[in-house]
Design a protein around this ligand. Structure first.
Ligand code: TLP
Length: 350
């Protein structure tokens, strides 16, 4: 029985074309700036995001942390959404290593921060206060169900932040999903952000890596922080080669993942005992609940036995993420198995 793994789009394997490119990659020592393949990937990402430069990082987490370190000083305050990945899933790195205070503003169900909340949260001049120096946005928004921030919203919030002297960093781990969903170029979603970190290793299927993009001077300083964080990777062309294939060939196909996510959601909505946790499914993330008598723990255990893997975090809805390694017929098969699991558990309760 095929395992249908919907835990994350991070589980995607490199394509044959990526593996070929990796085995043939021209390499050099990237810490000396001499890896031609890394240089090519960085130039390509910068161009796609319409920024002056980019630096290749080991992960999205390292990209975000490098951005925070580069934009701030120890003791500064940064504003993040209360559902932000930076806040929840990056091991507290911004606080632990960046020494910044993370001040939260509520995310609405669309992953947005209310501009008036942001405005209120920015500290004024007072001898008792630290300085607010950075605003972080996330597009698409992971914990808000893959929701997309529009260009207009992002522009508005970036302008507000800039007016008040803050920089803006965009966690764009899934920015291409957002761009495909809105049919806009990805750079439009980051055009007023000072930096954007995009991931190659999620829906784009590359095995490793992210790119932090911004102005040349910012990226040069970011390189030092990446080095400090252990991200000087030497012959990294071997992995950058897969990233080039990812950017060249994997962006447009994300639409397929979005269609599969909608298909999954439509199917789940028909299953007794399951309720969707989102009104619509803008990209590749589907969140849902099971209702009593099903318990989340026994549901996930039974699904696991049925070889369907779905994400569960304490007290959160289930999360299923579609990706290249799950076809539309796999989605149908997953729905059949999920329905069977629900029926079996409901019968066992009678
Ligand atoms: N998210 C992972 C887990 O960490 C939760 C996932 O499976 O979705 N920003 C966002 C919005 C992300 O979703 C992720 C990964 C990252 C940053 C971090 O990227 P990596 O995993 O490359 O450090």
């Amino acid at each position: 029985m095929k395992v249908i793994d919907l835990r994350s789009d991070t589980v995607t394997h490199p394509t044959p074309e990526m593996r070929k490119a990796m085995s043939e990659a021209e390499v050099g020592d990237d810490v000396y700036g001499e890896d031609p393949t890394v240089n090519r990937l960085e130039a390509m990402a910068a161009k796609m995001m319409d920024k002056e430069a980019a630096v290749f990082t080991t992960s999205g987490t390292q990209g975000n942390l490098t951005a925070v370190l580069t934009h701030t000083h120890h003791g500064d305050e940064i504003i993040v959404g209360d559902q932000a990945h930076i806040l929840w899933y990056e091991v507290g790195g911004a606080a632990a290593l960046g020494g910044v205070i993370l001040r939260t503003v509520p995310n609405d169900s669309g992953g947005r921060l209310d501009p008036s909340d942001i405005e209120r949260t920015i500290r004024g001049k007072d001898i008792h206060y630290t300085q607010t120096t950075l605003l972080c946005l996330e597009n698409t928004h992971n914990r808000c169900g893959g929701t997309v921030l529009t260009t207009d919203y992002t522009d508005e919030v970036c302008n507000l932040a800039h007016r008040r002297g803050l920089k803006v960093h965009l966690d764009g781990a899934r920015i291409f999903n957002g761009a495909v969903a809105l049919s806009v170029p990805a750079c439009a979603l980051a055009r007023n952000a000072d930096s954007v970190a995009l991931c190659l290793s999620k829906g784009l299927s590359a095995p490793v890596g992210s790119l932090l993009c911004g102005r040349r001077e910012f990226v040069e300083r970011a390189r030092k922080f990446r080095k400090m964080l252990g991200g000087g990777m030497r012959q990294a062309g071997v992995i950058a080669a897969a990233g080039i294939v990812a950017l060249e060939t994997m962006v447009d196909r994300l639409a397929e993942d979005h269609a599969n996510a909608r298909r999954l959601a439509q199917g789940l909505a028909q299953i007794k005992g399951i309720t969707l946790a989102q009104d619509d499914i803008p990209t590749n993330i589907v969140m849902f609940h099971v209702s009593p008598p099903l318990s989340p723990a026994e549901f996930i255990e039974a699904l696991d036995r049925a070889e369907v893997k779905i994400g569960l975090r304490d007290g959160r809805p289930f999360r299923a993420v579609t990706h290249r390694m799950v076809s539309s017929s796999d989605i149908d098969e997953a729905l059949t198995r999920i329905e069977a699991v629900c029926l079996k558990l409901q019968r066992a309760r009678k």
